[in-house]
Design a protein around this ligand. Structure first.
Ligand code: GLY
Ligand code: MN
Ligand code: MN
Length: 454
């Protein structure tokens, strides 16, 4: 057999030399006019200063991350790493490959330098019209270096594949640097709290959309998917999308904590657990769960379970405040659950941790740029830490009675209920950010009734 090149590359028609030459000419300059500075740039400099103070004399690299192939020549949508977004304010899909470098400079400080891909030149090279990943005619215009400097207030240098970045501590694989970045993000500044409130408000709209869509969702053989789609429409229209995959769980699917297959039908006699959050363009996400009776009214047994979860959530929220330990609200909520299950004869005693068979997971976590925010923080600062003003977290107790659990009376099996709200720790206690969505059974029934009749 003769060795022939396989020619398996691009199947685009090859360009002629005349066409390539033609494409180099006749383009007007297109600078971006006006004030470009991001409102968040007022906050990012002090965030970088906080990081700088922790690593005197050391070069730090905080990459945005790189594109990841989804299939063949299609990439997954790109979302910059949360630490990069937090330190630069840059959140767009055009940030792929960019790196923030903190260069040691002066006594103990750093100078921030952003290494970014310049705009593709129009008078040479074919990137702008032939490169599917980075070409302006394929994925849209990106900022040039000067524009990025005006946007962020950070000096920029061109990213150049031929000259690698200088060596330094890299947040992508330096556990200590990653943990410090997580810990610095534990307390939200005023701008972040506003963004989280915006995420919550859009999520409230998404939940309203879902209730209005229930008649169509109930009629569809994959009603859970219908609901995921309705919420996703709101998330995409108002923000960047959803902050995590929507959980739309009908009936016993609600006993699977992260049910994101969402391929089931809705049963009008059962509950729908909807756990969903809009992520803003600034990449902050809400994380809210409501468990709704698809008939519009809770049955007596559904209501009984719901009220126990609600009482646990109330106890958890009441335990929040500056100076309380992170574990306090879990303990308070779980105590209520354990006592309730004991009263119902499911547990012999509220002591110990047997109740965890029915609650499965922790009842809350930090919230921010990531749904499970600040996850690399050390236990001293998070799990074993003390709450501080400006922290934002969820309180989300649940009861998950598996359909095959023989320790339970038959009427409870297959019921899964979670109630999840978002709160910010204040000077005096905690402010409920997601209070626009009803939580009591009566409130939910009235709210559903209004939306379905309206
Ligand atoms: N939506 C995931 C969680 O509630 O933690
Ligand atoms: Mn959560
Ligand atoms: Mn959730």
């Amino acid at each position: 057999m003769t060795e022939q090149p396989l020619r398996t590359g691009s199947h685009d028609l090859p360009p002629s030399a005349e066409f390539q030459d033609f494409m180099t000419r006749g383009w007007a300059p297109s600078p971006l006019p006006g004030e470009l500075q991001l409102p968040v740039a007022r906050f990012t400099a002090s965030r970088r200063a906080g990081l700088s103070a922790r690593f005197p004399g050391q070069r730090l690299l905080i990459p945005a991350g790189v594109l990841k192939v989804r299939s063949n020549d299609c990439d997954h949508r790109f979302r910059p790493h949360s630490a990069y977004a937090w330190l630069t304010g840059l959140t767009g899909e055009d940030q792929a490959g960019h790196v923030l470098v903190l260069e040691p400079s002066g006594p103990g400080g750093h100078e921030a330098v952003l290494h970014v891909r310049p705009r593709s030149p129009r008078n040479g090279g074919e990137e702008f019209y032939r490169d599917r990943r980075y070409g302006e005619f394929w994925v849209g215009r990106r900022l040039d270096l000067g524009e990025t400097e005006r946007t962020t207030g950070i000096r920029c240098e061109p990213l150049d594949a031929r000259s690698p970045l200088p060596p330094g501590r890299n947040a992508a694989h330096d556990a200590e640097l990653a943990s410090v970045l997580s810990e610095l993000r534990l307390i939200k500044d005023a701008w972040e709290v506003d963004q989280l409130q915006l995420a919550v408000d859009h999520t409230t709209s998404g939940f309203q959309d879902v209730v209005r869509s229930l008649p169509r969702a109930l009629a569809h053989p994959r009603g859970e998917r219908w609901i995921e789609g309705v919420f996703g429409l709101r998330a995409r229209a108002e923000g960047n999308g959803t902050g995590y995959d929507t959980i739309a769980a009908s009936g016993a699917h609600a006993c699977v904590l992260h049910w994101i297959r969402n391929d089931g039908a809705l049963d009008a006699q059962k509950l729908l657990l909807l756990d969903a959050g809009v992520e803003t363009d600034s990449l902050y996400t809400a994380d809210i769960t409501r468990t709704l009776p698809l008939s519009g009214r809770f049955s007596p047994v559904q209501r009984q379970v719901y009220e126990l979860v609600l009482a646990a959530q109330e106890a958890g929220m009441a335990a929040l405040g500056p100076g309380a330990s992170f574990r306090d609200f879990h303990r308070a909520g779980m105590r209520v659950i354990a006592e309730g299950l004991t009263e119902w004869g499911i547990l012999k005693s509220p002591e110990g941790d047997q109740h965890r068979r029915y609650t499965l997971c922790s009842s809350g976590h930090m919230l921010g740029l990531d749904v499970h925010d600040c996850a690399q923080a050390r236990a001293d600062a998070y799990l074993d830490g003390v709450l501080e003003e400006g922290q934002v977290l969820t309180v989300e107790p649940g009861l998950y009675f598996q359909p095959d659990d023989e320790t339970l009376p038959a009427e409870l099996r297959g019921i899964g209920i979670r109630i999840e709200d978002d709160l910010v720790i204040t000077e005096e206690g905690a402010r409920l950010m997601s209070g626009a969505l009803p939580r009591t059974p009566e409130g939910i029934e009235a709210w559903m009734g209004e939306l379905l009749d309206g």
